[in-house]
Design a protein around this ligand. Sequence first.
Ligand SMILES: C[S@@+](CC[C@H](N)C(=O)[O-])C[C@H]1O[C@@H](n2cnc3c(N)ncnc32)[C@H](O)[C@@H]1O
Length: 234
Amino acid sequence: MVDPTKGWEHLWKQPEIIQRGWHRPNPEVVSLAQRLYDAGARRALDLGCGPGRHTLALAKIGYSTAATDVSPTALTHCATWLASEGFRGAICEADMQALPFADAAFDFVVSYNVIYHATRAGVVKTLAEIERVLRPGGKLFVTFIGTEDVKCAEYRRKAALGEGIEIEPFTYRVPNDPEEDGDLPHHFVDEAEARALLASFAIESLVAERQERSDNQGRPFVKVHWHAQCQRGD
Ligand SMILES: C[S@@+](CC[C@H](N)C(=O)[O-])C[C@H]1O[C@@H](n2cnc3c(N)ncnc32)[C@H](O)[C@@H]1O
């Protein structure tokens, strides 16, 4: 049972949040999904689907699509959005660390800005679940939040002030974070840590995506996510 005031559940209850970019699929995901589909992939999982931008993109390409999340509001949005465009999918509430699917059920798993909402052990468990539900040779597109992201320094500062918690090195929580998702753990990675976490996969590409932005007072900050494309071994 998800606390409606916490995590992403309270954010997805605010329609304006979805309009801040969460309604458009990431082009990198769409082009990879299309290439894999053209090469024969048919069964896809959008793990931590949120309101469903990638679930819908996968369905539009032609995949038989499943989507999971822990936010009931996101799942309702995802199912409604899919239906409104004439698609169906297996959409279900599930924690990423215990996926309700058979071994080798998918050819392709997408997990965009999701799996780092955990301790390191939780990220490891999630990646083991992804590996289990992917068929041998199946593909994974996954993102991690970078140690250079503005949030890492911000959470570290809050932990030092007693406003947040350092659970372990590079993993923080900010329990009273009403406007964001800081009450969930965040595990931040550099390239070496991303490679270590993905050690059982064959990494085909690993790229840091940097977005330079400025706050409402014009102060610059940077958002950094590692984007990984990998293959499950045989
Ligand atoms: C940043 S949003 C990304 C949503 C979606 N992947 C997208 O790109 O539009 C993170 C999502 O991860 C989900 N999430 C967080 N912890 C989760 C968990 N333990 N299991 C499954 N989903 C989780 C949240 O509910 C939220 O919808």
